[in-house]
Ligand binder design. Structure first.
Ligand code: SF4
Length: 355
């Protein structure tokens, strides 16, 4: 069974516009080797009509967080604490029946690989029509018409004919479009896109991103966009949350975080991005080391084993190893460096390397 604990002294259960509010989320998996805390005290809000980009390496907790929002973890192996409120409805304590009603209707997900969402045994049209028929209680014929309409909306040529095709008869880009059509068929308030364009070539990727932006304008959904690619975030998102080892380390608007990043991990991510204007022989500068094991996470600041700035932190020696920095509200970064140090280091040492 999923174990549920309400956070002590958590803020009132409502987001700024009454949309999505996550407070002190903790997700722990039972494994053979012991409990793994994949998300550890995460809080964030999403307003309707805005896009939140969540960025971080594998294992940062970004996908786990969003699968939790949709109640997609196996409750036998998962303990979830904290609070997730979507439009006034608490989701952690919701029954499986309530979550089923929510998924594909008010909240939907687009995955990296459409073949995980599309069945090879049914036509594309049927798979788009089914959630519409189920949630909107319409006839088969009306649902089929809606599927054809959605395929047209996502740019599938000759949609009435192509709706009768099976997924294997679609190209990779078309399957991705079909999955977007399936996710949006019930006009969800919340759309979660998990690396939706990673497997596609650059041209198709740009088309899919443009399509998502257009559809958001039309449907007014709140979007959570998960990626490891800061370039995609810059193009898609209004706000950014950078995650590392199960928690947020920096957040702000896209402009704030990309123009004046404050956290050493964000500096590392920016520095490791390939640049279009750089020589092909120019080596990339990856962040040294690798993400920590969440079975035995580092003490204090979880980024400390990889951080080259900890000797600049004022106060007791070893503060980064002993004391976990907390993330403040609004524009913030979880790091013991002072605001002045963050600004100066970025301008004098990091920015020239990014130019
Ligand atoms: Fe680096 Fe210390 Fe800041 Fe963590 S708290 S990011 S170890 S300087």
């Amino acid at each position: 069974m999923t174990t549920v604990t309400k956070p002590e002294g958590a803020p009132a259960a409502n987001a700024p516009d009454g949309f999505l509010s996550v407070r002190d989320l903790q997700v722990t998996f039972s494994t053979e080797d012991g409990p793994v805390k994949a998300v550890d005290g995460l809080s964030f809000d999403l307003a309707r009509g805005r896009t939140l980009g969540i960025v971080g390496e594998s294992g940062s907790g970004k996908s786990v967080t969003n699968l939790t929002v949709l109640g997609l973890h196996n409750p036998l192996f998962t303990k979830t604490d904290g609070e997730i409120v979507l439009d006034g409805k608490e989701l952690i304590t919701a029954t499986e029946k309530e979550m089923e009603e929510l998924r594909g209707n008010r909240a939907a997900m687009i995955f990296q690989d459409p073949l995980t969402a599309l069945s090879p045994f049914y036509t594309v049209g049927r798979q788009i029509a089914e959630p519409y028929m189920k949630h909107r209680k319409v006839s088969k014929k009306a649902a089929w018409e809606r599927a054809v309409e959605m395929l047209a909306k996502v740019g599938i040529p000759n949609p009435r004919e192509r709706a009768k095709d099976y997924p294997h008869q679609f190209s990779g880009g078309m399957r991705q479009r079909a999955m977007i059509a399936m996710a949006l068929v019930c006009d969800p308030d919340l759309l979660i896109a998990d690396e939706p364009t990673t497997a596609l070539d650059v041209t198709v990727q740009a088309q899919i991103l443009d399509l998502l932006k257009d559809l958001q304008q039309e449907f007014g959904s709140g979007i959570i966009f998960i990626t490891h690619d800061l370039g995609v975030i810059a193009d898609m998102a209004d706000d950014i949350m950078v995650m590392y080892a199960g928690n947020a380390v920096e957040r702000g608007t896209v402009d704030e975080v990309l123009r004046a990043p404050q956290h050493p991990y964000t500096w590392g991510l920016l520095n490791s991005m390939p640049r279009l204007d750089s020589d092909l022989d120019t080596p990339l500068s990856p962040i040294p080391g690798s993400p920590p094991s969440l079975l035995h996470p580092p003490s204090g600041c979880r980024f400390h084993p990889r951080c080259t700035f900890q000797d600049r932190v004022a106060g007791a020696a070893g503060r980064c190893v002993d004391e976990r920095p907390l993330l403040g509200p609004d524009r913030a970064s979880a790091c013991h460096l002072t605001a002045d140090q963050k600004r100066t280091i970025f301008i004098e040492e990091i920015k020239p390397r990014l130019a």
